[in-house]
Design a protein around this ligand. Structure first.
Ligand SMILES: [Zn+2]
Length: 159
């Protein structure tokens, strides 16, 4: 682990314990070169990050679910699956700053930011529905239903 004070990679762990009720490990480390101490938090696995929905329910972050939702939102848009993968990866990377929980709207906002840069139509499509639900997971679930409705209505709604 890189020392935040001197940049050395030599350290020793002096204390290591799990945070209460989570799979996050807190480690106290001491730099062997400069002797200063610092703390690191390690998650045992990616899914340890819990998404807090607008109704306060929690579920593990699911990158696959996010990817599929994006695919649906960007259907028939000139966006490659590579670009979608990139969005998901970037969002996932940025979520590392959240140790245990992240509000679902944060995820939605990050996705929107990135769609804005790539495709305005996809952005509007995503935003109009997402904002209505205020919750990305509910939105992802609703997308599937909407897709069926759209077929029924024979493209009355075009965004
Ligand atoms: Zn150091």
């Amino acid at each position: 682990m890189k020392c935040p004070f001197c940049g050395s990679f030599k350290d020793q762990v002096i204390d290591s314990r799990p945070l209460d009720h989570s799979s996050t490990i807190r480690r106290r480390r001491e730099c062997i070169d400069c002797k200063k101490r610092f703390t690191t938090y390690e998650r045992l696995e990616e899914s340890a990050l819990m998404v807090v929905k607008s109704d306060d329910r929690r579920e593990p972050f699911d990158r696959q679910k996010l990817y599929k939702g994006l695919m649906t939102a960007c259907e028939k848009r000139p966006i490659s699956s590579d670009a979608l993968e990139k969005i998901v990866s970037e969002v996932e990377y940025e979520l590392q700053e959240y140790v245990m929980e992240v509000p679902s709207r944060i995820i939605g906002d990050k996705v929107l930011e990135k769609l804005w840069e790539i495709d305005l139509v996809a952005y509007i499509r995503f935003a109009s529905v997402y904002k209505q639900f205020g919750d990305i997971d509910t939105f992802m679930d609703e997308l599937k239903k909407m897709k069926k409705e759209h077929v029924k209505q024979n493209n009355k709604v075009k965004i």
